[in-house]
Design a protein around this ligand. Structure first.
Ligand code: HEM
Length: 361
């Protein structure tokens, strides 16, 4: 399950044009569990973003979930980065598009010629930096205190970060959170639609929370009472994530008779572990109830594992739970092409981006 190649570590995961990678510890810490309060203070904003999006779906009647949820994720991550997300709406409205173009370059050969996607990615990256640089400089002049990640990155005396480092961190977050959450949302909606019994359980879980809630917005406690939805998320990540983890060998290691030399890069494929029947019985079956029993550590690696586990996992889970609460309590959906083709590269996704008809219940 491991493929080894002699390639410089980091070249695979680093977005084109990055100058201050890796992500600063402060960013990671804020994203991780220790920053739970900080993340959750924004829940009302997340809730409103989800509700507004779903209202717009209802108006449209038919939507491509992948495209639409890109905007959701962008809005949530920018709400976390900056307390005034309007700053990410540039005059030309193309900040999000530039993030998409920049991240597309990740899967391309690094040939910097004008007609290549890699070149377009570098250009998009320059525009993102220009915009962020202006924003940071404006903040440095105004000296107003903000309750957001950008303020913390700019004002931490120990970090003493340069504009460049802050910008790379922000682009890194926008990039890391951009496709991962929408893909998971698409697969969750698809799997639930294909498994009406499980969908029914999810709906009942959320209706109970809705009945017992005293105020309009979800609370932190509410989101802790969604175990069925959490298991659906785990099972979706197990079956859907076609990605891989990348690690550099710090020492030579012998495994199963193979020697992996020091300095080589390991690519650890999710599917090789997630679909291994030694870990998951009947591995191709969508069965969230398997997570009623704790699984062997290190066998569900949709969010990675070890020291480099995804620091955005809690934020992503929160966003997904909030979105599903609003979706299943108020709407139903029907795919246009339930048996449509699935694309496998660079990420596993329904070819049409999952086009659905959406109706108010
Ligand atoms: C369902 C959504 C998501 C999934 C499935 C996901 C998955 C992953 C995976 C597999 C890794 C590599 C971990 C490893 O090598 O062990 C990773 C890294 C990372 N993720 Fe996520 N992610 C998601 C959402 C997010 C969000 C919303 C953010 C931030 C806004 C984020 C930020 C990051 C960052 C910064 C890293 C790099 C960490 C490092 O290099 O130490 N992710 N993610």
């Amino acid at each position: 399950f491991l493929i080894s190649s002699k390639r410089k570590s980091g070249s695979v995961q680093t977005p084109p044009g990055n100058r201050g990678w890796p992500i600063l510890g402060e960013t990671i810490q804020l994203l991780r569990g220790t920053a739970e309060d900080f993340v959750f203070q924004r829940r009302k904003r997340f809730d409103k973003i989800a509700m507004d999006l779903l209202t717009s779906w209802q108006r449209k009647g038919c939507v491509t979930v992948l495209e639409e949820t890109l905007q959701l994720t962008f809005d949530v991550v920018t709400a976390f980065i900056c307390d005034d997300p309007r700053i990410f709406q540039t005059k030309t409205g193309d900040f999000m598009h530039d993030v998409t173009v920049a991240s597309r370059g990740l899967f391309k050969l690094p040939i910097n010629l004008p007609f290549t996607d890699y070149h377009r990615a570098l250009q998009a990256r320059k525009r993102l930096h220009y915009h962020l640089d202006r924003l940071i400089n404006e903040r440095r002049i105004s000296k107003i205190t903000h309750d957001d990640l950008l303020h913390k990155l700019m004002n931490d005396k120990d970090l003493n970060s340069t504009n460049q480092q802050i910008e790379d961190n922000i682009v890194g977050l926008l990039f890391a959170g951009q496709h991962t959450t929408p893909l998971t949302l698409v697969w969750m909606m698809k799997r639930l639609q294909e498994n009406p019994e499980i969908l029914k359980e999810v709906v009942e879980e959320h209706q109970k929370i809705l009945r017992e809630r005293e105020q309009p917005h979800l609370t932190w406690e509410d989101t802790r009472r969604m175990p069925v939805t959490m298991r659906v998320l785990q099972e979706t990540l197990r079956l859907a994530s076609g990605g891989m983890l990348v690690r550099e060998m710090k020492h030579a290691v012998e495994y199963n008779g193979y020697v992996f030399p020091k300095g080589w890069t390991l690519h650890i494929f999710h599917t090789a572990i997630h679909l291994n029947e030694d870990y998951f019985a009947d591995p191709y079956k969508f069965d969230p109830s398997r997570f009623l029993v704790p699984q062997k550590p290190g066998t569900l690696i949709g969010f990675g594992c070890g020291l480099r586990t995804c620091p955005g996992a809690e934020l992503a889970k929160l966003e997904i739970l909030v979105f599903f609460h609003r979706l299943v309590t108020q709407y139903s959906w029907k795919p246009k092409a339930p048996n449509g083709a699935i694309r496998n590269w660079p990420l596993r996704i329904p070819e049409d981006g999952y086009v659905v008809e959406i109706n108010r219940k």
